[in-house]
Write a protein that binds this ligand. Sequence first.
Ligand code: CA
Length: 240
Amino acid sequence: MKKRIYLVEDELDICHMVRGLLETYGYDVATFQTGRDGRAAIRREAPDLLIVDLVLPDMNGLDLVREMWSDVRFGLIVLTGRTEVSDRVLGLELGADDYVIKPFEPRELVARVGAVLRRHDQLLSAARDADLSRATFGPWTFDVGNLTLTRDDGRVENLTAAEAALLLMFARAPNRVLSRERLQTDGDDADDFPYERSIDVRISRLRKKIEVDPRKPQLIKTVYGAGYVLAKDVTWSRAR
Ligand code: CA
């Protein structure tokens, strides 16, 4: 089945370019020029992936992200100008999977779209697998199906879909060092774009949720020059 992608962007030439590009890769693409139209379309029928420009005529693209981050089950890529650095980071913190800086190379966008869709597919299929949908590591139990982390003292942390997809990769490869590139593309090495910032933001957000002291992480540790490792054994179990 074709993946459905919505693009919310007021610049028509970008809309035409992205639409033509992604359609040649077999995606079903719909474009919207205002945040309002984009939101209405999402409510009618959710896409597999949303690409949203941060500067829209009727709203800040971040407002659209903010409204949806808590229950998005679709991928989210933020389009930004080169100068909107703080907005870009905020977009990731609000739950976006990735960002693309304008002007961008077509193959960069295609690579990022593919990587985000792959991660979400893995998250959805893990959530459907009842025997393997809860991962316990250290004091935490990660419930893939409802994107929550529960600590042994009862504290619950909600994850964005992007954070959950990242944690899933760690939970499937405990005690193994995963490079930033691998975490971003999940093993697809067909591209060579700079991904580090996006991963680092998501890692730091995960740490704020699960580490006792995020500055001295004991669960997701940094391996300098190599990447990150989940330094705990993981036990998988059935969802309750
Ligand atoms: Ca714009």
